[in-house]
Design a protein around this ligand. Structure first.
Ligand code: ADP
Length: 483
């Protein structure tokens, strides 16, 4: 595939180490999920290359951490600005390697730049304290210091935003970062690195290594220099990394899987609930960790809601992400498609009613028809496990107590959504849901200004917002005695 960009330098297939692009080494292919064609062959990093990246991050830390907040803020602001200026190229690369519709990719570029902008501001607001003393001849102060070298391991579903959400606060705090993007989407990460360099990110402050995930992971996790891991991805990989982090006692931020409930109560505005459902379920072809996994609908509005939802879903435009008007692109790979097929087959077998979709799409490849399944039951695979695809499973409940029990009947606790208008119910349910994020009469909850993160097996820590930078800071307390 010929890749036509306005700025051809944004296409980088090398390895970005210590401010240099390295072209030598074994390469692996990055595929376009829409047609399985090869987009590019990129250098495959492993344990050794990652060690070089860690060394350069350690070296760069000595000067980067002593820069003023204003300097770091300026770099992050310019970086965000460059992302906006190159939105078309960044979106194009993203759609090529990830498959999401171009309009969504452009939306992600803006969202991703938003984290750099936000943390450019937060960099300037890292305050310490003076604490009232416990001894007449002593004074107590706190300093907030950068934790050191950070490992950022990110997934393919948001190839830019998951990186800026970590690199933004890390750089703002004065940390240096080794980024390990998903091997499915290294081109977006590399383009981001090009713009970072142009914005003034010094050599070694950000390196990008993708390829042998286990080897890179081993280098990062065994390093005593890497003091912090921020990971977004599957629960299984997160658990592995958490175990590996024990040996060097790294600070951890983990954004893992979810199993988001979306509750529609009988007092909900049903049309608004259907709108919210569409946005939350089908964005990125159902491949986000905050996508609804279980629709829980009250008996009296069950038929009305599922009918309207199925009508809307059946009208969605599935197409290559470059086709104008595309609303759903392909799934990322065959493994993702297999999981969706397995969940739908299992639901059918256990009495699920397919209201629309339920099959692979005629476009072939990893395209799947957007699907609504009614009469979903607790024993189905899609009740317990994230489908991560365009399948809306609708369960039924009788009353609020049952709805809450169903909603919380999962190990996960990232996002939850509900639609209701009764103010007492709104508070009861908002407080009763075991989740880090609750969308109330709203299906889109991601923004750089609010804290994103989960409870239970969905993870540790919060990203974005005024809290996000704390994950990259250590508090040092000074006790000054003998005064
Ligand atoms: P998914 O199944 O959605 O790809 P993963 O958790 O496997 O989710 O991927 C998220 C990120 O974790 C990717 O960058 C991936 O390469 C990385 N990853 C996977 N396995 C490991 C590992 N053993 N060590 C370090 N990183 C890993």
């Amino acid at each position: 595939t010929a890749i036509i960009l306005n700025d051809s330098e944004l296409l980088q297939t090398g390895l970005y180490l210590d401010g240099q692009w390295h072209q030598q080494g074994v390469r692996y292919s990055v595929y376009n999920p829409a047609d399985a064609s090869v987009v590019a062959d990129v250098v495959r990093a492993g344990r050794d290359e990652c060690q070089l990246a860690i060394d350069s991050a350690e070296q760069a830390l000595t000067t980067w951490k002593t820069t003023t907040a204003t300097e770091r803020s300026g770099v992050l602001k310019r970086w965000a600005q460059l992302m906006h200026e190159h939105v078309d190229d960044l979106a194009r690369l993203m759609t090529l390697e990830q498959g999401k519709p171009l309009a969504e990719a452009k939306g992600e570029v803006a969202y991703a730049a938003g984290f750099l902008d936000w943390f450019a501001e937060e960099a300037k607001r890292v305050y310490g304290d003076v604490i009232p003393t416990h001894k007449a001849d002593a004074r107590i102060l706190t300093l907030k210091e950068p934790i050191g070298v950070v490992a950022a391991i990110t997934p393919w579903n948001f190839p830019l935003a998951m990186i800026t959400r970590k690199v933004g606060p890390a750089l703002a705090a004065g940390c240096t970062v080794v980024v390990k993007p998903s091997e499915e989407t290294p081109l977006s990460a590399n383009a981001l690195a090009v713009l970072g360099e142009r914005a003034g990110v010094p050599a070694g402050v950000v390196s990008v290594v993708s390829g042998d995930a286990a080897g890179i992971g081993a280098a990062l996790m065994s390093s005593t220099v890497v003091r912090k891991l921020s990971f977004t991805g599957s629960t299984a990989t997160g658990q592995l990394l958490m175990r590996q982090a024990a040996d060097t006692v790294k600070k951890l931020s983990l954004e893992l899987g979810g199993n988001a409930p979306f509750i529609v109560f009988d007092d909900a505005d049903i049309d608004a609930a259907v709108e919210g459902a569409m946005a939350s379920k089908f964005r990125n072809t159902g491949q986000t960790c905050v996508c609804v996994n279980r629709f829980l609908i009250q008996d009296s509005v069950y038929e009305a809601f599922t009918h309207k939802l199925a009508q809307r879903v059946a009208a969605l435009t599935v197409a290559d992400g470059f086709t104008s008007g595309a609303e759903l692109g392909p799934l990322i790979n065959d493994r993702a498609l297999d999981k969706v097929e397995l969940h739908v087959a299992d639901a059918r077998e256990k009495g699920g009613r397919v209201l629309c979709g339920g099959e692979r799409h005629s476009l072939g490849g990893t395209f799947y028809q957007p699907t609504v399944i009614a009469d979903a039951q607790a024993g189905m695979m899609l009740a317990g496990d994230e489908t991560f695809g365009p399948v809306a499973a609708c369960f039924r409940f009788e009353d609020e107590i049952q709805a809450m029990a169903l909603a919380n009947d999962t190990n996960y606790g990232l996002a939850a959504y509900f639609y209701a208008r009764d103010i007492g119910r709104v508070w009861r349910v908002a407080e009763g849901l075991e989740a880090g994020i609750v969308g109330i009469n709203e299906g889109l909850i991601s923004t750089p200004v609010a804290p994103f993160g989960g409870v239970k097996a969905s993870g540790l820590g919060r990203e974005g917002s005024k809290y996000g930078i704390d994950e990259y800071l250590e508090i040092k307390y000074l006790l000054m005695g003998g005064l």
